[in-house]
Design a protein around this ligand. Structure first.
Ligand code: ATP
Ligand code: MG
Length: 181
């Protein structure tokens, strides 16, 4: 499986300053009072992996992900989040020990994605993850209220989710591409 080693957040939602969260092997737990930014961490992960819907990030427009200021701090102009994945097992088809995925957005809506600091398209990130079993659904992050939704889902929708989690979506996509030609 994919191992997420660290998350670096800067200017994203409640994280005005640069914060680096290091994760160990196994289970990681984020604790804190209400409103302290726990769900914002999950949003950050979803966002880097290409979430396009402001609503899924609990905002009304994409600009809402940029730190909007507080009593003590002025707003910032840019949000940037990086995820560092272990690649010592070669799970990603890249010749690096670590794979760093970065997304950045400015207030004018201008955004960029990077793989190991090189500018790339979102499609490149999706393809990278498709080969690992962690799909564009953002790792199977199950948000508050989603458990019930999953249980009540139509069986086809549940199947889609399970297929993505198990890593066969890429074959389905390739088949679709092949049939187009
Ligand atoms: P709970 O335990 O209630 O679920 P939580 O720890 O998950 O709380 P979050 O929802 O992650 O909390 O964080 C909410 C906080 O993030 C709010 O105080 C909100 O004002 C702040 N916040 C969200 N977006 C921004 C933004 N763009 N700029 C500044 N602060 C923001
Ligand atoms: Mg929360």
């Amino acid at each position: 499986p994919v191992f997420l080693k660290s998350i670096t957040i800067q200017g994203f939602k409640s994280f005005a300053d640069r914060v680096k969260l290091e994760l160990g092997h196994g289970l990681s737990v984020v604790v804190g009072p209400n409103g302290s930014g726990k769900s914002n961490v999950a949003d950050a992960i979803r966002w880097v992996l290409g979430e396009q819907s402001a609503k899924n990030l609990r905002g009304s427009k994409m600009e809402d992900v940029i730190f909007a200021g507080s009593n003590a701090r002025r707003p910032v102009g840019m949000a940037e989040v990086s995820l560092v994945f272990d690649n010592t097992t070669g799970i990603f088809p890249l010749d690096y020990q670590e794979v760093v995925i970065t997304r950045r957005v400015y207030r004018d809506g201008e955004g960029q994605y990077f793989i190991n600091r090189s500018s790339c398209r979102l499609k490149d990130i999706h393809e990278l993850f498709m080969d690992t079993g962690a799909g564009k659904e953002g790792f199977s992050i199950i948000g508050q209220g989603r458990v019930e939704e999953l249980l009540n889902q139509k069986s086809e929708d549940r199947r889609t989710m399970l297929e993505e989690a198990s890593g066969i979506t890429k074959y389905r996509m390739r088949k679709r591409e092949a049939l187009k030609r």
